[in-house]
Design a protein around this ligand. Structure first.
Ligand code: NAP
Length: 324
């Protein structure tokens, strides 16, 4: 696996998003399979594990803690804090310094480690100056509890202020063929400030890998996301048919072409596809060594131009919690 830099942090060019190793998009795999996937990831150079205290309300970090026991040194552990839900289920954030300290201690315990390599603000708390949240993270760094700082789903002005308070190693925002908002301002800003960029949901939450053919059911986080509603999904699936043809002509899978496209972007991006299944992890990792032709990348790029994608990435209520 080729390596990439996030600031001064060295990671495999493709990381493992761990969201689907516990309940997120339907039924998760048995624990033993999830742990075997994490072990296989290190063997093939996919060494960055991306989690959050929000995933399955801490169960995801606990699973990783069990998986890395005795092999902590083989992984770069990235986790996040501050992405909460109100009792009615609507999004909330907490960036208060006392909360940041508590959240970090709780994540360290669940992850069964002394230090989190990359610790992100998962959602920006609009009621707390970003400098205060980052100040608490800088204290955690001085105390040796985290190694590098990151920020997720923040607006360009917030990223700049956070970076001025303490250097940010990575910005993490959704980025894939069908979600490209970061190209206008965030990617140029990351390049200018020397901040690494981690692209989440690089497979379009499974869609670009051909894993979503019907409207997701109850218990699947994608239910309620506009692109997966029945009518929009039907239109998006028409585009996927052409994408499948383009990938087949290149001799790769659609998941691989979607990842090769992300890997081809500038400044360099580290995608973190989730997969709870070992064969898919291997298929995705292989995308880093494909030499996809520029013509194929350009055809995929044109195919998913914004006008061809039906529906925004988030429903309105969730959209209000990002880009702050
Ligand atoms: N910062 C944030 O706010 C934020 C938000 C969302 C996600 N994330 C991070 O980004 C990571 C990835 O995002 P994501 O899980 O939303 O979406 P994704 O990586 O775009 O897609 C994951 C989905 O694709 C399926 N899949 C993976 N490889 C496949 C393949 N080769 N063939 C067919 N299906 C395949 C997975 O199913 P199986 O698991 O069943 O294989 C899963 O349902 C997450 O794990 C998380 O770490 C961050």
């Amino acid at each position: 696996m080729q390596r990439r830099r996030l600031g001064s942090l060295d990671v495999g060019a493709i990381g493992l998003g761990c969201l689907t190793l516990t309940a997120a998009y339907g039924t998760p795999p048995p624990d033993a399979d999830a742990i075997a996937t994490i072990h296989r990831a290190a063997e093939i150079g996919v060494d960055m594990l991306d989690t959050s205290d929000a995933y399955a309300t801490g169960e995801n970090e606990l699973l990783i803690g069990r998986a890395i026991a005795g092999r902590r040194h083989r992984y770069v552990i990235a986790s996040k804090f501050g992405n909460l839900r109100k009792p009615d289920g609507t999004p909330a954030a907490n960036g208060r310094p006392d909360y940041v300290r508590q959240a970090c201690e709780a994540s360290l315990r669940r992850l069964n480690t002394d230090v989190i390599d990359l610790y992100y603000i998962h959602r920006v708390d609009p009621t707390v100056p970003i400098e205060d949240t980052v100040g608490a993270m800088a204290e955690l760094k001085r105390a040796g509890k985290i190694r590098f700082l990151g920020i997720s789903e923040a607006a360009p002005a917030t990223i700049s202020r956070a970076h001025a308070a303490h250097p940010m190693t990575a910005v993490q925002i959704e980025y894939s063929l069908w979600t490209r908002q970061v190209e206008a301002e965030v990617l140029p800003l990351c390049r200018a400030l020397g901040i690494g960029f981690v692209g989440y949901s690089p497979l379009g939450r499974g869609f670009l890998a051909g894993a979503v053919k019907v409207e997701p059911g109850a218990g699947d986080m994608r239910r309620g996301m506009p692109r997966f509603s029945r009518d929009n999904l039907a239109r998006n699936l028409e585009v996927l048919t052409e994408f499948t043809r383009i990938a087949a002509a290149e001799g790769c899978t659609t998941a691989q072409l979607a990842l090769a496209w992300v890997l081809s972007r500038q400044p360099p991006v580290v995608p973190i596809p989730s997969s709870s299944r070992r064969p898919r992890l291997e298929e995705n990792a292989a995308a880093a060594s494909l030499a996809v032709s520029p013509q194929t990348l350009a055809a995929a790029d044109r195919l998913f131009a914004a006008d061809n994608v039906a529906g925004p990435r988030y429903a309105e209520i969730a959209a209000r919690a990002v880009g702050i």
